[in-house]
Design a protein around this ligand. Structure first.
Ligand code: PEP
Length: 249
């Protein structure tokens, strides 16, 4: 199994206001003191520095950034700016960024590179839409996402990344991949990394599952040999469900 770390990350998306973010952060501080799991949350931009300043036992990430250092990019935020206010992680390739904001494989590749240059951990999301799974083409689809945006990295660089497999049909839908479906894709991802790099490298990279993971199904999903934790959307917005997921290892 290698020495890979267990992780649970919460993607707050465009939810919570300042006060709610503060309350959730405090509740996580209280509930996390004993957890032997790397925990991270991804607040909306306005609250990133506030949460980063108050977080005691977890890391802060950003849901987005623009892969240029500085310049005339009105409305955009650079990875060094978010690092400056305490972020350590960045979501890259989330299906909502791919589908709503048309982020392409080559653009995501630039984001991966910019993030690594800044010393921020890329949390690279991949996963197939429903039609692709229905056609039985999910493996080829996910492999292409990895090949186009991640497999240009050398071994040292890819070992700094976290991968999140998030079947699009399971995100925010209440449908969860079965343990067989999750384990099947996670072990495929690990074997592609082993083919591209080597087994030691594949065994050191954490691969998280995302898609309607909650306090009731996390234990079963996290018991799969190749599932190293979860990327959680809806169930990360309340401390009781998020903490229950973290403690289900
Ligand atoms: C996500 O958006 O990354 C996600 C997994 O959402 P949810 O848990 O709500 O399906």
């Amino acid at each position: 199994m290698g020495n890979r770390q267990k992780m649970v990350f919460g993607n707050w998306k465009m939810n919570l206001n300042k006060k709610e973010a503060e309350i959730l952060c405090n509740e996580l501080n209280d509930g996390l003191a004993i957890a032997d799991v790397k925990v991270g949350v991804f607040p909306s931009f306005p609250y990133v520095s506030q949460v980063a300043e108050n977080a005691n036992h977890f890391s802060i990430g950003v849901q987005n950034f623009y892969p240029q250092e500085t310049g005339a990019f009105t409305g955009e935020v650079s990875i060094t700016q978010v690092k400056d206010v305490g972020a350590e992680l960045a979501l890259i390739g989330h299906s909502e960024r791919r589908s709503i904001f048309n982020e392409t494989h080559s653009f995501l590749k630039k984001k991966v590179d910019a993030s690594l240059v800044a010393g921020i951990t890329p949390v690279f999301c991949c996963g197939e839409p429903f039609e692709v799974r229905n056609a039985g083409e999910e493996r080829a689809y996910v492999l292409q996402q990895l090949e186009e945006s991640l497999f240009h990295l050398d071994k040292r660089a890819i070992q700094k990344c976290v991968i999140a497999y998030e079947p699009v049909w399971a995100i925010g839908t209440g449908l969860t991949a079965s343990t067989e479906q999750a384990e099947d894709m996670h072990s495929a991802i690990r074997s592609w990394i082993a083919n591209q790099y080597d087994q030691e490298c594949a065994d050191s990279i954490s691969i998280l599952y995302g898609g309607s993971c909650n306090a009731s199904n996390a234990k079963e999903l996290f018991s799969c040999p190749n599932v190293d934790g979860g990327l959680i959307g809806g169930a990360s917005l309340k401390s009781d469900s998020f903490l229950a997921i973290i403690h289900s290892f």
